[in-house]
Design a protein around this ligand. Structure first.
Ligand SMILES: N[C@@H](CCC(=O)N[C@@H](CS)C(=O)NCC(=O)O)C(=O)O
Length: 212
């Protein structure tokens, strides 16, 4: 049985979402964050020394890193009869964009948002005093505008079809909405509404919450 080791309110939501889109059986084991530090609790370190969410358990193997977990699930279980094709093949014209956005989500998009979060939490000195604030803001504004432009021209991140890249980038774009910053971006608003209407997204949200 596949096991998602899920940390409350975290990136592990994405893995639950992908599993729901693929229609795979899995269980969720939830950990609360350490109330003082908001970091992963000690119990997660017993599973993996890096204690990062998401973690995926499959047999005696535990895997970390969202993008790697996505590739693992899609490669090992995604390409089976009856399952939706969420990963374009290398011969597919959408493959380059698929690959790019699948990895961009964690490789580039998250950093400015995290820096902004840490800065606003006062972890970089008095709020507003660090150069990080301006840098993170301008990077996010540039990215949000670019994503809005892309999604004004096409339905999904990699083209006309929903793919696993929409779970990776979609979760990030949902964060833009949660932060209350989506109003200037009509295509991002439409995209988030389409994600919210997906039964698999709804099941994943319920599952991630129920597990808490
Ligand atoms: N790029 C990694 C980031 C993993 C990560 O930092 N996860 C956070 C949760 S969103 C975490 O485990 N935080 C707790 C901690 O670092 O102690 C991934 O996508 O898997």
């Amino acid at each position: 049985m596949l096991t998602v080791y899920h940390l409350e309110t975290s990136r592990s939501d994405r893995v639950i979402w992908l599993l729901e889109e693929l229609g795979l059986d899995y269980q969720v084991v939830t950990f609360d964050r350490d109330p003082k530090t908001m970091r992963a609790p000690e119990a997660m370190k017993a599973l993996h020394p890096l204690a990062k969410a998401p973690m995926l358990g499959d047999g005696d193997r535990i895997l970390i890193e969202s993008g790697a977990i996505f590739e693992y699930l899609l490669g090992r279980y995604g390409d089976q009869p009856g399952r939706p094709q969420l990963a374009p093949k290398p011969s597919d014209p959408d493959w380059p964009d698929y690959l790019q956005w699948l990895h961009f989500a964690e490789g580039s998009a998250m950093l400015p948002m995290l820096l902004d979060h840490f800065e606003k939490a006062g972890m970089c000195g008095p709020v507003g005093s660090s150069q990080i604030a301006g840098m993170a803001r301008s990077e996010m504004d540039r990215l949000f505008k670019a994503l809005d432009g892309i999604l004004a021209k096409q339905e999904w991140m990699a083209g006309p079809r929903f793919t696993a890249a929409d779970c990776m980038m979609g979760w990030y774009i949902e964060m833009i909405e949660l932060r209350g910053e989506i109003a200037p971006y009509p295509a991002l608003q439409r995209y988030v509404a389409k994600l919210a209407a997906r039964p698999a997204r709804q099941r994943a949200k319920a599952r991630a919450q129920k597990a808490h």
